[in-house]
Design a protein around this ligand. Structure first.
Ligand code: 16G
Ligand code: ZN
Length: 562
């Protein structure tokens, strides 16, 4: 009864949205910030219920990532730091859509009964983090009230954080006592220094290569990187941060990883003075990372995207594993069949997939959205996942890490200081450096820097791992994006039925008996369409052996959708 009246009294303060109906998409709820208060209040209730259900610390992040500064959004992090479990998404949608406080209350009671959630007053915490958007403060208050309207749930404001920091803190809170932002920085800097100590001896001279310039998207990432840099106190790597937001630039406006990856031009604040220098760009909440170099003549940058970061990580991990498993003289006999898997989406450049397969790796495709990639990656001993847009990380299974630890202990008595033992230590350091909850631009960047240093590679050498196939992305505005339904990790349209045939005909995917006499319309052509998870559009992606061909394929398929 007390619970009912508490909920009703706060719910009346957050009238539901008229008209606009939000759904908990790939990135939670996201829209213009002025429309979000009621939704964030309800997301607070959702997070509190999730905390009661799991009896664990839950996270609530207020961010709209790479979207414009006037937008905002809210999403929930589960106890492991992963995205909210997908079976709760329909409930999130119905909470957000409840037309009145009474409906809201009724929905909550029914769901709580169904999920057997007990309101026994035992204390559970919800950590609230937010990005630098000015609307964050008022949405934070709405989230607090939502959480506070569930008896037993306590809102903990952890301030302005990158999205991956919040996910990391939720995960850490549920398995250790060291879960503060300071602990996050400590862990990153300790494991990075450890990794650097293990590679310095073997690497070639790195002259001219000891600097990286980072575009902070005028968001939270630049500021946090400056803190991390202080703690790292590096002598052999200079990190210069631009667009940290301190200079007054606007969040994501002409800056940031999304802008750089989509437009293929330098972000503002970068120019001819940076030719030849390794540059990196974070997105507005620092969960995406891309690298690039400034062009000397043409206006297009050389882009080193998520696929190439993935490839760099894969090459390195594979090499370290083979060092670890070679050297039979030092071998302790207990071999472990480590399953490495690489997870990509259909947006991955075809050249990257070919390259990874040539390395002998198992490559798996999932639909777009971190929750899908992450889940698949957990099925391997070492699962490496990345979206082309720069979001990704490496997951290590518990059994593998236990084996690695034991292996390292044994090696330290029989083969102390050997390359084999160093490989074990390097892999252990990587597992501590990389964020196990979600893609993290800061930890990802430190890992890239360490690997480049280890291999003595410039950004050009890295970029030359393979050559991207020319590609083109378009979006077509539609009234109802749900009319398009896809299968096979979004590579095939199943509804409306005729579209896939038309795409095949356009791409030149003929039945086998045709290929001997017909020349493919687009050599290396590949094209797919999918409904966006964040906007009312159908996205078109095309790839072919030349830019003109990719453009023309994308254009003709876009016409099919219109
Ligand atoms: C969200 C997803 C991102 C995906 C993007 C696609 C998360 C945390 N973020 O930003 O992974 O690439 O949506 O957007 O899952 P789209 O569906 O509009 O193309
Ligand atoms: Zn982001």
């Amino acid at each position: 009864e007390a619970q009912r009246s508490l909920l009703l009294s706060s719910a009346v303060r957050f009238p539901p949205l008229e008209g606009a109906r939000l759904s908990y998409g790939t990135a939670g709820f996201r829209t213009d910030a002025s429309l979000l208060r009621s939704t964030v209040f309800r997301a607070g209730i959702l997070a509190a219920l999730r905390a009661l259900k799991t009896r664990s610390v839950i996270g609530l992040v207020i961010t709209a990532s790479h979207n414009k500064v006037s937008d905002n959004g809210v999403k929930i992090a589960d106890p492991t730091g992963e995205m909210l479990s997908q079976d709760w998404e329909p409930f999130a949608d119905s909470l957000a859509a409840a037309p009145s406080p009474d409906h809201l209350l009724k929905g909550i009671i029914e769901f709580a009964e169904f999920e057997k959630i007990e309101f026994d007053g035992r204390k559970v915490e919800v950590l609230i983090g937010r990005d630098t958007r000015p609307s964050g403060q008022s949405l934070l208050e709405a989230a607090k009230l939502g959480i506070g309207s569930i008896i037993g749930a306590v809102a903990v404001d952890v301030g302005i954080l990158t999205t991956p920091q919040l996910h990391w803190m939720v995960r850490a809170s549920n398995c250790s006592t060291q879960a503060s932002e300071f602990d996050y920085f400590e862990q990153l800097s300790r494991s990075f220094r450890c990794l650097m100590d293990l590679i310095l001896g073997g690497s070639e001279s790195n002259e001219g290569n000891d600097k990286v310039v980072v575009d902070g998207a005028n968001g939270v990432g630049g500021e946090k990187l400056l803190v991390l840099k202080e703690m790292l106190n590096l002598k052999d790597l200079e990190i210069e941060v631009r667009n940290s937001g301190r200079e007054g630039g606007v969040l994501n406006e002409g800056v940031g990883a999304d802008f750089v990856q989509k437009e293929k031009v330098v972000p503002s604040g970068f120019g001819p003075q940076d030719v030849g220098i390794r540059c990196a760009s974070l997105d507005g909440d620092a969960d995406r990372l891309v690298y690039f170099t400034a062009p000397s003549s043409s206006s297009k940058i050389e882009l080193v995207d998520g696929d190439k970061i993935l490839s760099l990580f894969a090459v390195f991990i594979k090499e370290e594993l083979s060092i670890l498993n070679k050297e039979p003289d030092a071998s302790t006999g207990d071999d472990y069949q480590c399953r490495i898997g690489v997870v990509q989406t259909a947006y991955a450049n075809g050249a990257s997939t070919d390259y990874l397969k040539r390395l002998g790796l198992e490559v798996f495709f999932t639909p777009t959205g971190v929750k899908y990639l992450h889940q698949k990656a957990t099925q391997y001993d070492i699962g490496i996942y990345f979206e082309a847009n720069g979001h990704g990380t490496i997951l290590f299974s518990e059994p593998f890490l236990r084996w690695l630890d034991a292996k390292n202990n044994e090696l330290s008595s029989v083969a102390k200081g050997s390359e084999q033992q160093k490989a074990a230590l390097r892999l252990l350091a990587v597992s501590k450096l990389i964020n196990p909850a979600v893609g993290d631009a800061l930890s990802g960047m430190l890992l890239v820097e360490a690997i480049l240093r280890h291999k003595g590679w410039s950004i050009h050498r890295w970029s030359e791992l393979y050559h991207d196939l020319p590609s083109k992305q378009l979006k077509v505005k539609v009234v109802d994006r749900t009319a398009v339904v896809t299968a096979n990790a979004e590579t095939e349209v199943v509804k409306p039925p005729s579209i896939q045939e038309a795409i095949n005909a356009e791409t030149g995917t003929f039945a086998a008996y045709d290929t001997c006499c017909l020349k493919a319309k687009y050599p290396q052509g590949r094209c797919f369409i999918r409904p966006s998870g964040t906007e009312d559009v159908i996205r078109v992606y095309a790839e072919a052996s030349t830019q003109d061909a990719a453009d023309s394929l994308a254009n003709s398929v876009a016409k099919l959708v219109d």
